[in-house]
Design a protein around this ligand. Sequence first.
Ligand code: ADP
Length: 161
Amino acid sequence: MKKVALFAGSFDPLTNGHIDTIQRGLRVFDEIIVAVSTNTSKKSLFNGEERFELIQSVLKDLTSVKVVKHSGGLTVDMAKDYHCHALLRGVRNVKDFEYEESIALLNKTQHPELETVILMASAEYRFLSSSLIKEVAMFGGDVSKLLPPAINQAVIEKYKQ
Ligand code: ADP
């Protein structure tokens, strides 16, 4: 049976750390569905549509990865709809762990059969977060080593506006 995982997030923007988690996730799962949250209540740099399109184009060569828009409902319900066996998450540090642990336990109350599989962030990406990228890029800092080229370009253009 094909093992499918749902990797949900806001990805504002998608970083090399997220891509690393997706690529490593593909060693464990046959397919990963990346669900891009289009929730606009969180102040985001890119709107949902922009993020969805950017991520789709950046990940287009990963044949076992499908990019979809988050339903806006519960992630566990979405996982069920897409016949996923697990939720994929990444953790960088203790703060992430505490957050992910609560979410994973809460999700179990909603959908007990669905597992959460957490990958430890690779050492070189442990410091990397979308919010820190924005803080540096906002002041013209070079984040090109931390983002896929198309996303880096989009970030530069966004801050020019
Ligand atoms: P959310 O809004 O759900 O926190 P994010 O886009 O910030 O969405 O993150 C999605 C997932 O990717 C989370 O599990 C997060 O811990 C993980 N993640 C974020 N940055 C990294 C990184 N540098 N390395 C590995 N995993 C990461």
